[in-house]
Every structure is written in structure tokens, then in C-alpha cells.
Design a protein around this ligand. Structure first.
Ligand code: TRP
Length: 355
């Protein structure tokens, strides 16, 4: 049997370059390989509500935004099932039973959760739904028999949790046949690219930090953002030697620049190594490097913007596609839900047929 692939995003804002580099790019590659049985991409609205309970409009409006970002970036709804989490109610049933297999202290040790609790100021009043979301995410993954989960590095603890639930389920209920596949994370091989830094030099590009370039940003915005990006604070005069480590502009070049870009936009250099060497030596100004980066980003973003425009003319069709796909996903999840209930011993309809 071929792989079943599933991944997703919370609809809390538009997708940015960090999402693209950290996961969208890999998804599109996997999608185009056609080497899978099923491929699901979930818009995780239920998960988004775990820390946005009072911001329904934000989550609701971003469902279509994220769907448009996906399609514009190259996810093909003909190949991939893009669905809405809350429309697959079976997922909540999985979560209910999985919750009995996970301890609170285990959730409190999850490093991503720990970081997020701090970032949200949840230390003193922590919503149960929030601390529980790794269990709910395990349901998202396990309900479909998922074998591969392409995600950013911060999602590895969620996968670990899902794997533990599979073991714990098998240990507790000894199902006759294997119900849940053991899921595996697919993370970018390149450590540098697992987390694209923010424009301000912070470790991660994120909506909340306001340091992101969005897939839907227009040309002027991209130019302004790149021009304001953090470089090397000690590289004051052009003649000064500069640092490329921790220099955001070079991190973005690492992610997006290919040799042919030099021939096209900056023929004085053959490749990124040569450009970096010059910067380190001194004599290369930030503006020149930034201008080069802007051209590369424009080449990348222009077709995405065009597809976005096209999508904006077909909003109803996109909603329709999401609803149909959610229904299909729900039917898929139901099959495994029944098997799970059999294994636990709570499929009471079975009692009738024994008579
Ligand atoms: N937690 C993921 C994020 O914040 C979103 C998500 C929800 C997800 N369910 C998932 C990712 C299942 C992969 C698999 O980006």
C-alpha cells in the first residue's frame, strides 16, 4: 500500500514565506510525485479556536484565505483533499477516547506547547482545549491512517504524541487488526530552512511577531519589507566586512536563490557562495544584496499573486470544494472510527447482532 499523507494549518492569518519554505514547498513536491494513496490538507479551524475562542470572525474569515493561499501556492485541489477540520465531526470522537490515554503531565512536557503557553500568557489561566490540542492533532493524523506528515520542525512533538497514542491504544485495547498506522514526520532536510527567520532577525517568521512577508503581499510591500530587513548591525560602511550568519537577507537567499538567478539578475557573481564571500570580505553593500533578493522574490511571488486574483473570482466554487472534500474526509474517518469503537468494545450495535 502506498502512503497516506496528511498535514494542515491553523486559519489564523494568511500564509507567509516561512510557511512556504517550512512546509508548503515539500507538500507541493510530494503532491506532484503522485506517489501516495491519499493526500489530505486540513484547515485546522477547531485547533485555531483553542486559543481564539472569542475571535470567531478571525478564524472563520481565514479559512477561505488559507484555502486561497494553498491553491495560489500550487496545491492542486484535484490531487489533494483540502478540508475543514470542524466539518469532520468524527475527529472529536477520536479525541474523546484518546484523551483517556494521555496524562496531563505528558502534555505539559510538550516543548512546543510549553513555548506557546508562555507566548500566549496562558501560565495562570490555561484553557483545557489548548493544552489538549496535541491529542486532537493526533486524531487528525490517526483518523485517516496517515503514514506521512510533512510539517515544520516545531510540529515534531505533536507527531511524537500521536505515535505514543498509537502504542498506548494497541497496548490498552489489543486490537485484532492494526487500526492506526504509525505516522512519520517529513521535515525539510535542511535545518536552516525548517524555520525561516523573521524580517527583524527573530528566530521565526510569524504573524504574531509582525515580521513576515506574506504570499499575498504586493510588490511595493515586499520591497519595503526587504529594504527594512535586519542584516548585520556592524556592517555600516560598504567597505566593512559583513556577517552572513544571522543576516536575514542571506537566510532568505539560502531559501530562494538558485544559480540561474545570478545569470539573470546579478551576473558579476556565479553563485551564492561567491556573493557571501564578497560580503564577508567587505565592499558589498546591503542595498545591492537586498535589491537582488527582491527580484528573486518577485519572480517567485508574481505567479502566486496571479493565481490568487483568479481564485478571488471563484470564492463560491472554493467553498463548495471545501464542503465536498470535508464530507469525503468525514466518510473516510468514519470507517476507522467504527473499527476503533470495535476494538475498545463500545460498538453497542454489535450486541444486537449477537442475538
Ligand atoms: N498544529 C499545526 C500548526 O499549527 C496545524 C495542524 C493541525 C496539523 N492538525 C494537524 C499539522 C495535523 C499536521 C497534521 O501548524
Amino acid at each position: 500500500m502506498k502512503d497516506i499523507i496528511l498535514t494542515g494549518d491553523r486559519p489564523t492569518g494568511n500564509l507567509h514565506l516561512g510557511h512556504y519554505v517550512g512546509s508548503l514547498k515539500k507538500r507541493i513536491e510530494m503532491q506532484n510525485s503522485l506517489d501516495y494513496d491519499k493526500f489530505y490538507v486540513m484547515i485546522a479551524d477547531t485547533q485555531a479556536l483553542t486559543d481564539n475562542a472569542d475571535k470567531i470572525d478571525k478564524v472563520k474569515n481565514n479559512i477561505i484565505q488559507v484555502a486561497i493561499d494553498y491553491i495560489s501556492a500550487g496545491i492542486d485541489p484535484k490531487k489533494v483533499n483540502i478540508f475543514i477540520q470542524s466539518m469532520v465531526s468524527e475527529l472529536h470522537e477520536f479525541t474523546t477516547y484518546f484523551m483517556n490515554l494521555v496524562t496531563l503531565s505528558r502534555l505539559q512536557r510538550n516543548p512546543t506547547i510549553k513555548e506557546e503557553i508562555k507566548a500566549r500568557g496562558f501560565e495562570t489561566s490555561l484553557p483545557i482545549g489548548f493544552i489538549n490540542y496535541p491529542v486532537s492533532q493526533a486524531s487528525d493524523i490517526l483518523a485517516f491512517g496517515t503514514t506521512l506528515v510533512p510539517v515544520g520542525g516545531d510540529q515534531l512533538p505533536m507527531l511524537e504524541q500521536a505515535r505514543e497514542i498509537v502504542n498506548s491504544f494497541n497496548y490498552t485495547y489489543s486490537p485484532q487488526e492494526e487500526i492506526f498506522a504509525m505516522p512519520k514526520a517529513i521535515v525539510s532536510e535542511n535545518k536552516l530552512l525548517q524555520r525561516l527567520p523573521g524580517l527583524d532577525g527573530k528566530i521565526k517568521m510569524s504573524k504574531s511577531a509582525g515580521n513576515a512577508i506574506y504570499l499575498c503581499d504586493d510588490e511595493k510591500t515586499v520591497r519595503e519589507k526587504v529594504m527594512s530587513a535586519y542584516t548585520d548591525p556592524n556592517h555600516i560602511k560598504v567597505s566593512d566586512p559583513g556577517q552572513v550568519e544571522g543576516n536575514v537577507v542571506f537566510s532568505y537567499l539560502d531559501a530562494f536563490c538558485e544559480d540561474y538567478h545570478f545569470e539573470k539578475y546579478l551576473p558579476d557573481y556565479k553563485n551564492l557562495d561567491e556573493l557571501k564571500a564578497h560580503y564577508k570580505r567587505g565592499g558589498l553593500g546591503d542595498v545591492k544584496v537586498k535589491t537582488f533578493l527582491i527580484k528573486i522574490l518577485e519572480e517567485f511571488l508574481t505567479p502566486i499573486r496571479e493565481r490568487r486574483k483568479e481564485c478571488l473570482n471563484h470564492i463560491d466554487d472554493i467553498y463548495q470544494m471545501l464542503f465536498e472534500n470535508s464530507h469525503k474526509a468525514s466518510l473516510d474517518a468514519k470507517v476507522r472510527l467504527e473499527k476503533m469503537k470495535d476494538a475498545i468494545g463500545i460498538n453497542y450495535k454489535k450486541l444486537l447482532s449477537l442475538k
